[in-house]
Design a binder for this molecule. Structure first.
Ligand code: C2E
Ligand code: CA
Ligand code: CA
Length: 432
């Protein structure tokens, strides 16, 4: 009898697939090229072993072959990636309903798998598709565009299916340009650190500040970190960028010590940096070379970083704690994550997201209730709370009335250059 691994080994490989793709193109009838990527396979291999992994891929191959039927062609083009050629003549894709076909395929592949070694396992799959001849004429271009569609499908959280379009291509070209100019910006020092003060509401003094990156493009235009940080994160540029920032902030702390500016500086650390083994070493070496007191440094992580890389986060946090670096959870309340991590991880502070602060104190509303609940939770877990995005005197008063520790926002100051910050700090300190 045929085992499920047979259906895997019998599938054509990448080379044979390109031959078949060229043959199909030569027939000059419309078709779809579809890529299917099975997510998280490394994890399955690590957890259940390679044999189990192969059995499951075999079962995936069998389901794909069945779904495509007589009118299509299935190949395995990488360890966990499959390619399908689907003729438009196929009933399932009549009226160009390839997206409906892809959705059906996705739900078939998401059904639990039972093999001799693993039972009830479910998989997630991403699908990219491109249509011949509308979206590419040659085999190379079809494969390139299908790769692009698949790439976007992977970053799309809603249903992980993406069809190629001209707009997608334009978007990707713009991203590529942005990536290239960001690479140069890091090398040429076009980036600058701005600082935004954080007020200790009980002592009425400037206790801390947050380092926020600013990029003024060579042509004078300012590019928001909300635009370039995600690009840096996805392309890996976040590592050289993050190292640059760590260095800059340590230099600032060294200068502040000489100028008697006594504040802690917080840096934002993103998911890739957390998973990168070298980040902690970089922090340690910068702290040493600029002779910085580690207690003057803090690190902000969002809940999504915690959830996606829990193991590397907990390892990093333990090391940071040993050094004396303070750890805050950024945008707290927006991450849909379980609260249990607050108990298990070495955390010092919660930064309440600005969306909850907006309507606080106006009347008895839900946001006030949420902020009060966070303050209660933090108190019982012995964590400090910083309210973000404070813009009005009413919000400020509400926070004081309810014993919030610290506040940050335009009411006190916008982010400013390092030298403006020093001046501002001296003014504020002399007035209070
Ligand atoms: P974030 O960490 O939540 O930073 C706070 C953002 O809120 C900053 O925007 C700040 O300018 C803005 N903000 C501060 N006070 C107020 C206020 O009262 N009202 C309003 N409406 N906004 C306020 P910014 O500087 O544009 O940064 C946006 C995001 O970009 C940051 O959000 C952070 O996630 C990311 N980012 C910025 N710099 C860095 C960096 O150096 N590294 C990393 N990994 N991410 C960064
Ligand atoms: Ca932050
Ligand atoms: Ca924030």
């Amino acid at each position: 009898p045929q085992t499920s691994t047979d259906s895997l080994t019998q599938l054509p490989n990448r080379h044979y697939f390109t031959v078949q793709l060229r043959r199909t193109i030569a027939q000059k009838t419309p078709f779809y090229l579809i890529y299917v990527d099975v997510k998280g396979f490394k994890h399955i291999n690590n957890l259940h072993g390679y044999k189990a992994g192969d059995e499951i891929l075999g079962a995936v191959a069998a389901r794909l072959t069945k779904a495509v039927g007589e009118l299509g062609f299935v190949a395995r083009i990488a360890s966990n990636e499959f390619a399908l050629i689907l003729n438009i003549k196929n009933k399932a894709v009549a009226n160009d309903n390839a997206l409906i076909f892809a959705e059906a395929l996705q739900s078939t592949l998401r059904q639990p798998y039972d093999t001799s070694l693993v039972q009830g396992l479910t998989l997630d799959v991403c699908i990219g598709l491109v249509r011949y001849p509308e979206h590419a004429m040659s085999a190379d271009e079809l494969m390139r565009n299908c790769d692009l569609a698949l790439y976007y499908a992977k970053y799309r959280l809603d249903n992980a299916i993406c069809a190629f379009s001209d707009e997608l291509k334009r978007h990707s070209e713009e991203r590529y340009k942005l990536e290239e100019s960001l690479r140069r910006a890091i090398e040429n020092g076009e980036l600058e650190v701005y600082l935004q003060p954080i007020i200790d509401l009980k002592a009425n003094r400037v206790a801390k500040c947050e380092a926020l990156a600013r990029w003024q493009h060579a042509d004078g235009e300012f590019i928001s970190p909300e635009v370039f940080i995600p690009v840096a994160e996805q392309t890996g540029l976040i590592i050289p960028f993050g190292n640059w920032l760590i260095d800059e902030v340590c230099k600032i702390l060294q200068r502040f010590k000489q100028q008697a500016v006594d504040v802690r500086v917080a840096i934002n650390v993103s998911a890739r940096q957390v998973s990168d083994q070298d980040t902690i070493d970089y922090i340690i070496s910068s702290i040493e070379s600029y002779q910085v007191n580690p207690k003057q440094l803090s690190v902000e992580l969002t809940e999504s970083v915690l959830v996606h890389s829990y193991e590397s986060v907990s390892a990093l946090l333990v090391k940071l704690r040993q050094l004396g670096v303070i750890v805050s959870i950024d945008d707290f309340g927006t991450g849909f994550s379980s609260l249990s991590y607050l108990k298990h991880l070495s955390i010092d502070e919660l930064k309440v997201d600005k969306s909850f602060i907006q309507d606080v104190g106006i009347k008895n509303n839900e946001d006030s209730a949420i902020v009060l609940a966070i303050l209660g939770l933090a108190k019982s877990l012995n964590l400090q709370v910083i309210a973000e995005g404070v813009e009005t005197a009413d919000q400020h008063q509400f926070l004081i009335d309810n014993n919030c520790d610290c506040a940050q926002g335009f009411l006190y100051s916008k982010p400013m250059t390092v030298s403006d910050f020093s001046t501002w700090y001296k003014d504020y300190t002399s007035q209070s």
